[in-house]
Write a new protein. Structure first.
Length: 226
């Protein structure tokens, strides 16, 4: 990534931070057939969220054990639980954990989802047939808990995820990963290769903001053949 693009993304993140500070009340949204209540400390539904949400709804199988990593409001865990009866949702943000539990109950799938508080794979056991991950895109240090929804200092969390995920992925398991070029997608693909995973692009959408062209995409990751 060029220094100019990195500077522009930094300015974009500053604008995101300011908009987050303006959110002081919880909001209720209708999304892909779900009703979700999202407190201000939790990542909201955005205009590109459906690129992952629709992929989850299409990908999950009734027999899948599913992990929704960084569940936020619980949205993708709830979509997965429309088919699977064994869904684990994890988030390090206690406000997200509470919101996910409430939203699972409100959408009638609380008995199918185990919502856990913790950092990455620390609170989970066993392997999963499907792992869903919507990580923060940008590599800056978060200035508060809320900005941690969109920033990951030096990609520490993203790097740790790819280091650890092979141990938690079933032999024929799949990962659905959402990312965008408003982050460092070159680094993302380096991590994918280092984890011996293959990537298939399932959905993509291009946008332009403040003169910056960006692409958001959902990848299906699987183990590379040996």
């Amino acid at each position: 990534m060029s220094a100019e693009r990195a500077t522009r993304i930094r300015a974009w993140q500053d604008a995101v931070f300011e908009s987050q500070q303006a959110r002081t009340e919880e909001t209720t949204v209708e999304y892909l057939g779900l009703t979700l209540t999202i407190p201000p400390q939790v990542q909201p539904i955005t205009g590109t969220s459906d690129l992952l949400g629709r992929a989850v709804a299409e990908e999950v199988r009734e027999t899948d054990r599913v992990l929704d990593m960084g569940t936020g409001s619980g949205v993708n865990a709830i979509l997965a639980a429309s088919k699977s009866i064994d869904v684990v949702a994890v988030d390090v943000n206690p406000y997200a954990v509470e919101a996910a539990r409430k939203n699972a109950a409100a959408n009638g799938v609380a008995d199918r989802i185990d919502v856990l508080e913790g950092d990455l794979f620390v609170p989970v056991d066993g392997t999963f047939d499907l792992i869903v991950f919507d990580p923060p895109f940008r590599w800056f240090a978060p200035r508060d808990l809320r900005e941690g929804n969109t920033t990951d200092e030096n990609y520490g969390t993203l790097t740790a995820f790819f280091s650890e995920v092979p141990r938690y992925l079933a032999p024929d398991g799949r990962i659905l990963l959402f990312f965008g070029t408003s982050g460092d997608s070159d680094y993302l693909h380096t991590l994918i290769r280092q984890a011996s995973l293959d990537a298939e692009k399932l959905a993509t959408r291009g946008l332009e903001k403040d003169g910056l062209d960006v692409e958001y995409f959902t990848h299906r990751l699987t183990r590379a053949p040996r």
